[in-house]
Design a protein around this ligand. Structure first.
Ligand code: NAG
Ligand code: NAG
Ligand code: NAG
Length: 620
């Protein structure tokens, strides 16, 4: 590693001008490579160092360096590094006393985006307890599923989520789960208030011995993804992965002087790992918000001197849709980190809000390969460079979209996609780039493993994403295959939605997919259904199931009734043609319905509705 570092430093200094004329992206490539190598070097150090140096130790060091520096701004209040440290000590002590927590016990966090998320997690980390980050939009069956697959015996919830907890309380009680609410008191049998215990607990530091057995390969978090099929899966996030993700801010050039704006949910890797933990790694100030607000965004940035923002594709579009103001360029934001921005929206955004460096990422929580857009190529998510590829071997293989599986040759091996050709991204599973898998779900873990890719017996992680490398080594994201689609920044697992739809008594089978809507990122949910014999389409029953069990982003907005569903040779439902056909009533002869939130039911889809969607009179 060190040799590489020296070679690059030497090359960069000696022959910069010459190489620049030869290789137009040399400066950008080598800055990125140098930064990555430096961080790679640090990770190697952390792997060897004893006792293990975790992100919590990094936080404690930041507290020692600048106890009075503001760590979090939230709803007009501010919390210094010292405040958050003390609060996390109190949480840890209260949980030790109330729940007898010890190293290795998993605790599920069912919390809103607020500072208690941060110190509750830090408190758990000080005890050596992994945390499962539950999505606060999920309810009932999904909630129970997510909770039980991580093996937690304790759940901590925000007061505003009390109803959702009560809904599943009988099952939690049966399983003897301890349920805590972050409130001063609670009169419900089976739920204990925790805030009063926290305020009474001592804020004295806890001994490192409490987590003496934690090492870089220990599980630190469970983060839920709807990667492919079925209910959400708990991706196992090790301490090594936390470190790697937290370095992304450094790779993007963020420093301790920056102010980082987090409005993405903390239960996803983007908000939690890249934003919050990355902020701890840098020792910077975070401005935290419950949820994104386009109308407040720039005022917040001005008031709190925000210099780095995070985005998903929709963020940029919502910001561009707000009314123009003279003050549009009056802010200090210099870097934006995220993914999913469309090229046209990006240009609008820059024209309106000034020169902001966009760092477009491609990565998955559980994946073992990622890219980052460190050059100024519009539309690219990154670059192929040999250092990256040396440490994290990956390849693109030919993929049969209709069959939804990789193409294999006569020897049963996959075929590499040519330059310029779209292929499935697979990352080789090695010591350095492991694929840890999903908690309590061998079958799903196995589904993401791809064997016999380039050689008999080799093993790759299947990202499920289609990418393209061009002749100048730029990487472009093309599409996601089959079983999930993305809407409003969330992955929607088609089979989870299908499971819920078939709870409606009239539905026999459901084939769920995402369709594109002009002017929107991602795809909106649509379902092709067959009805049970002798049953009519029961609009209000279907509506009831969908509203009760699915978060807003996963609800199918369009329904199409078919006499039978088409299957592939391997008995998978065919989606490609349905996706292409979309929801235009002019082109589709099957009965079509539209989820109308005002009428609280699915109404027949008409030309008028179609036009109103196109002209944005109806907001999706
Ligand atoms: C933002 O910066 C200005 C000028 O440096 C300073 O006066 C102000 O206190 C800062 N605001 C916050 C919230 O830190
Ligand atoms: C920019 O915003 C700051 C803070 O809101 C304000 O004090 C200043 O007057 C604004 N400058 C311009 C040119 O609008
Ligand atoms: C990559 O970054 C450049 C410059 O910051 C930007 O112009 C380009 O649009 C980015 N690519 C994507 C896909 O966002």
């Amino acid at each position: 590693m060190y040799i590489w570092f020296t070679v690059f430093a030497g090359l960069a200094i000696l022959s910069l001008a010459f190489l620049k004329s030869l290789l137009p992206h040399f400066v950008e490539d080598s800055t990125y490579i140098l930064r990555s190598l430096k961080l790679g070097f640090r990770l190697v150090k952390y792997k060897k160092i004893k006792p293990f140096y975790s992100v919590v130790d990094c936080f404690s060091d930041a507290v020692k360096r600048h106890p009075n520096k503001i760590f979090l701004h939230f709803e007009g209040l501010q919390y210094s590094y010292g405040d958050v440290d003390k609060q996390s000590n109190k949480v840890a002590r209260a949980l030790q006393a109330e729940a007898g927590l010890k190293e290795g016990d998993t605790v599920a966090l069912f919390l809103a985006n607020e500072p208690s998320y941060v110190w509750t997690w830090l408190g758990l980390a000080k005890l050596g307890c992994p945390a499962a980050l539950l999505n606060f939009n999920i309810r009932s069956k999904s909630l129970l599923h997510c909770f039980s697959c991580c093996g937690a015996k304790v759940i901590i919830a925000s007061p505003e989520l009390q109803d959702a907890v009560e809904e599943v309380l009988p099952t939690l009680k049966e399983q003897e789960i301890r349920v805590f609410l972050l409130s001063e008191s609670c009169s419900i049998d089976g739920i204990s208030a925790l805030s009063d215990k926290i305020s009474q607990a001592s804020d004295q530091p806890l001994s490192r011995d409490l987590r003496a057995n934690i090492n870089i390969r220990s599980t630190a978090l469970y983060i839920y993804t709807s990667g492919t099929t079925g209910l959400p899966k708990a991706a196992v996030v090790t301490h090594e992965r936390i470190w790697a993700a937290s370095f992304l801010q450094a790779v993007c050039g963020v420093t301790a002087e920056d102010v980082f704006y987090i409005n993405l949910p903390l239960y996803h890797s983007a908000g939690f790992l890249i934003g919050m933990v990355g902020g701890i790694e840098r020792g910077l100030t975070i401005f935290l918000r419950r949820k994104f607000s386009a109308s407040q965004f720039w005022d917040d940035c001005r008031k709190y001197n925000v210099t780095v923002m995070q985005y998903i594709g929709e963020t940029m579009r919502y910001l561009c849709n707000t009314p123009q103001k003279d003050s549009d360029k009056n802010h200090s934001v210099r870097i934006a980190i995220g993914n999913g921005v469309r090229t046209d929206v990006w240009s609008d955004f820059l024209n309106r809000f000034g020169d902001i460096k966009v760092k477009e990422l491609y990565a998955a929580t559980e994946g073992n390969i990622g890219f980052i857009n460190y050059t100024s190529k519009i539309g690219a998510v990154g670059r192929v460079n040999f250092v990256h590829r040396f440490f994290f071997p990956y390849t693109l293989i030919k993929f049969d979209i209709a069959k939804e599986e990789p193409v294999r040759n006569s020897e049963g091996l996959c075929i590499q996609a040519a330059r310029g050709e779209t292929g499935l991204l697979v990352g080789k599973v090695t010591q350095r780039s492991p694929f840890v898998g999903y908690a309590g779900n061998k079958q799903q873990t196995e589904k993401k493993r791809l064997r016999d890719v380039l050689k008999k017996g080799d093993l790759y992680f299947n990202t499920g994403d289609l990418l393209r490398f061009d002749h100048d080594n730029f990487v472009y994201f093309q599409d996601r295959v089959g079983d999930t689609f993305r809407w409003k920044g969330e992955n929607v697992a088609t089979s989870e939605v299908a499971d819920i739809l078939t709870l409606a008594h009239c539905i026999l089978e459901a084939n769920v997919y995402g369709v594109q809507v002009e002017g929107h990122e991602g795809r909106i949910g649509m379902a092709a259904l067959t009805l049970k014999e002798g049953e009519d389409f029961d609009s209000s029953d279907i509506y009831k199931q969908v509203i009760t069990y699915l978060p807003a982003y996963a609800r199918p907005r369009f329904i199409r009734i078919q006499p039978c569903l088409e299957m592939t040779g391997t008995f998978k439902m065919k989606k490609v043609k349905l996706v292409e056909e979309g929801f235009n009533p002019d082109h589709i002869k099957d009965p079509l319905y539209f989820l109308d939130p005002e009428k609280k039911m699915y109404v027949p889809m008409t030309e008028e509705i179609y036009r109103a969607i196109a002209s944005r009179e109806i907001k999706l």
